[in-house]
Every structure is written in structure tokens, then in C-alpha cells.
Write a protein that binds this ligand. Structure first.
Ligand code: KE4
Length: 426
């Protein structure tokens, strides 16, 4: 028995499903979840000493690679002054100023502890600011586990086959309307079904929780127009795309300005940080400045701020990282497309910059319905084959591959070689 297996046996006794987040249980792939001991650069090492090239990157935060010295030093240095005070600190001001002075549509920002908390707060703010209750989301998009968003969600909800979570009373989702990604007509119809009632549309500007699904050319622009016409706010959930597609996220990449944006992952560099931000006129509604309540014991935690600020500063001062990530993405995903063309399996490969997903289906994947045509059993075989060759992919068809600055050309070449061998065996 491996140490991962024995740890998993122990874990399931005391932690639901043996994990603190469902996707880590490898529920949709036929393999024992790996318990990780340490990570460095693009490599992770499990408790049995096996090394893997990591394409999860902690689901996005590790854009500079694991255990980056700059970030580690910032955390160690900050921790020497104490971990948490429950009082305001200079570093929170520095973090807020750093982001607001560089992201034009973020005039004010509030730190929280996760992407879920950022979304939950942004939705409450949108409702408080507009005085309206309805929210439009998209099937297959995942915005964390706040009750009102667990409707046709993506990510682990999709993997676990639970279209709507148990324990969510109908009242919590009554005001959530679900549209079809890349289908502006479906959004227009929802607005028309509830005239003057929609507070906001929330969207993953590049969906990455039904696997990666790119927005059609005018999709985001169309959402902007529909929100303006209906006096609703446009919320970009940039928990994955923020500071990844570009320093300004998808908003900068596509040139569309949201009213509110949510962040997570990269903003904390691996520490628990989420944030939501937008125009001052809207953000001033948040307590204690305004009537929309939101709070958090560890929000703006000084250690987390040190880590996040170190990573964001590096990304801002080294814009070449984004060029590198695009080049790495072209090398990896372009290389995979070349392999797949020769392979004969039904496949789709959606990718943008350093994000990508391989689907085993012959249908173009452009929304929740088409994503679900993927052969998840085939994906499981692919995942297990790659894992056994030392390549650690996301253990679900409906997640993304994440590249980091630490993935070198050689490592990507090695990944492609192994992918070729595994694909041939499927
Ligand atoms: P967290 O609460 O997990 O920090 O963020 C929720 C969230 C919000 N919005 C988007 C677009 C997200 O992708 C996420 C979380 N992403 C998943 C990965 N698909 C986190 C991994 C997990 O659930 O363990």
C-alpha cells in the first residue's frame, strides 16, 4: 500500500470524502488521490517520493511556479511580525492601491478569503446597489459554492454529477436565472422574462469550469450591451482569468469593462485571498461606508497580502511573463493538437494563453451541453496514463490545464512525448 493510499484511508474517516475540496478526491478518475508533500517550480512531489510535472498549479495561483523564492521570502519576512491582528495594516492599503492604480475599472477593492466569498459579496453588492434581486449566470460556469450560484454549476458540481447541491433551499436559487454560454439570445430572453428585475449578469469571461470554453467573438460585448440596456451590472468572475490572461485579466485581454470584478487564486499567490472591486460609486455601498454588509476575520491578512503583493508586483514589473505564457501555451496546446490530428480519437482542444482543456468528443465545445458530450471514461484513462508517466493533470474532464512561468520548453516537450504515448494507448 502506498502512503497516499494509507493517508486516504485515514482521511475518509475524519474528513468528508477524505478531502477538503471535492475535486481533490479524484472522484471522476480511476486512481487513488495523490497526497502531495512538497512542490518546486513546475514539479510536485507526493508523499511516496514520486515526482510529477504539475498542470494544476493549485488551480491557478502558482502562475510563477511553486515555491518561488520571492514569494516565500515575502511570507517568511511578514510572518516574523505576527500572523494576524484583526486591525487595519499598511500592507492592505498598499495592496488596494497597487491594484486600483493599475486596473482602470477597479476604483475600489475589498479583500476577502476566497473566490466564493468574493462572488457572494459581489452579488449582494449588486443587489444592494440596484435594488433588484434577479441574477443571471451561465450553465457550466462555476462561481464558488455560495448557495445562489449552485445552479447548473461547473467544476466539482459537474464532476460529481450533482446538478444542484442538496441543502440549498429553493428560496436561495429562486432569483438565479441560468442562460446558455455563448448564446446572447438566451440572455436577452431572461431579461425580457423579468423586466426591470435583473441586478446583474455574472460570467466567467473565459469559462474554465466546464473545461475551458472560449467566449464567441461578440459574446462579452453583447453582455455589456444587454446589461446597459437593462440597467443591470456586469460582473466578470476573474478568479481564474484575473492576472492570468493579462495583468488586467480578461477585461484587458478582450477590451470589455465590467462593473464589478471578482478575483482569487493569483491575487493570493497560494495564500487564501479573494477580492471584489469596481467603480467607487458601487463599492461605497459596502459596510462600513454603506448599507451592504460584508466582513471577515482574516480578510486582508498581512501574510496573505505580502504573498499576493509580491506576486502581483513581479507580474506587473515583468510583463514578459505574459508573452512567455502565451508561447508556452502555443507550444503545449499546439503540440497536443498535432498529436491528436494523427491519433484518430474524437477530440476538441480549447485553449487561450496559459489555459487549456482536452475534450474527448467530436463536437465543438462551446457551452455546458456540448461539454457534457465528452467521453469522461476516456478522459479518466488519459488522466491515469499521464499520471503514471509523471504528468499531473486536473483529475476531471471539466477543469483546465494551467501553465506557469516555471514550465520550460524541455518540460513541455517531455509532456508532449508522454501525451503521444498515452493517447496511442487509448
Ligand atoms: P474558491 O472559493 O475555491 O477560492 O473560488 C471559487 C471560484 C470562483 N470562481 C471561479 C471562476 C472559480 O474557478 C472558482 C474555483 N475554482 C475551482 C477550480 N475549478 C477551485 C478548485 C476547487 O474547488 O477545489
Amino acid at each position: 500500500m502506498t502512503k497516499s493510499q494509507s493517508l486516504f484511508e485515514r482521511a475518509v474517516q475524519r474528513i468528508p470524502g477524505g478531502v477538503n475540496s471535492p475535486v481533490r478526491a479524484y472522484g471522476s478518475v480511476d486512481e487513488t488521490p495523490r497526497f502531495i508533500d512538497r512542490a518546486d517550480g513546475c514539479q510536485i512531489y507526493d508523499v511516496d517520493g514520486n515526482a510529477y510535472v504539475d498542470y494544476i498549479d493549485s488551480w491557478g495561483p502558482m502562475i510563477l511556479g511553486h515555491n518561488h523564492p520571492l514569494i516565500r521570502e515575502a511570507v517568511v519576512k511578514a510572518s516574523e511580525k505576527g500572523l494576524s491582528f484583526g486591525c487595519a495594516t499598511e500592507r492592505e492599503v498598499e495592496m488596494a492601491e497597487f491594484i486600483c492604480e493599475r486596473i482602470p475599472h477597479v476604483e475600489m477593492i475589498r479583500m476577502v478569503n476566497s473566490g466564493t466569498e468574493a462572488v457572494m459579496s459581489a452579488l449582494r453588492l449588486a443587489r444592494g446597489f440596484t435594488g433588484k434581486s434577479k441574477i443571471i449566470k451561465f450553465a457550466g460556469c462555476y462561481h464558488g459554492h455560495t448557495d445562489s450560484m449552485l445552479v447548473s454549476a461547473g467544476s466539482g458540481v459537474m464532476t460529481s454529477g450533482v446538478p444542484d447541491s442538496a441543502g440549498v433551499p429553493e428560496g436561495c436559487t429562486r432569483d438565479t436565472m441560468t442562460a446558455v454560454y455563448n448564446d446572447l439570445k438566451s440572455v436577452k430572453a431572461l431579461f425580457e422574462s423579468a423586466p426591470g428585475e435583473v441586478a446583474a449578469v455574472i460570467v466567467e469571461p473565459v469559462a474554465a469550469n466546464m473545461g475551458v470554453v472560449l467566449p464567441d467573438k461578440d459574446f462579452l460585448k453583447g453582455l455589456r450591451t444587454l446589461c446597459d440596456e437593462n440597467k443591470a451590472l456586469l460582473i466578470f468572475d476573474e478568479v481564474i482569468t484575473g492576472f492570468r490572461l493579462a495583468f488586467g485579466g480578461a477585461a484587458a485581454y478582450f477590451g470589455i469593462t465590467p462593473d464589478l470584478v471578482t478575483y482569487g487564486k493569483i491575487i493570493g499567490a497560494g495564500m487564501p485571498v479573494g477580492a471584489y472591486g469596481g467603480k467607487k460609486e458601487i463599492m461605497d455601498m459596502i459596510a462600513p461606508a454603506g448599507p451592504v454588509y460584508q466582513a471577515g476575520t482574516l480578510s486582508g491578512n498581512p501574510i496573505a497580502m505580502a504573498a499576493g503583493l509580491a506576486q502581483l508586483t513581479y507580474l506587473y514589473e515583468h510583463p514578459e511573463v505574459y508573452t512567455h505564457l502565451t508561447e508556452k501555451g502555443q507550444l503545449l496546446f499546439g503540440g497536443m493538437q498535432d498529436l491528436l490530428k494523427k491519433n484518430g480519437l474524437p477530440w476538441q482542444l480549447n485553449h487561450i494563453a496559459s489555459l487549456g482543456s482536452l475534450f474527448f468528443t467530436d463536437q465543438p465545445v462551446r457551452d455546458y451541453t456540448s461539454a457534457k458530450t465528452s467521453d469522461t471514461a476516456k478522459f479518466s484513462d488519459y488522466f491515469v496514463g499521464m499520471l503514471r508517466k509523471g504528468i499531473h493533470l486536473a483529475p476531471s474532464q471539466f477543469e483546465a490545464m494551467f501553465l506557469s512561468e516555471a514550465h520550460t520548453e524541455d518540460v513541455i516537450g517531455e509532456t508532449l512525448e508522454k501525451a503521444g504515448q498515452v493517447l496511442l494507448s487509448l
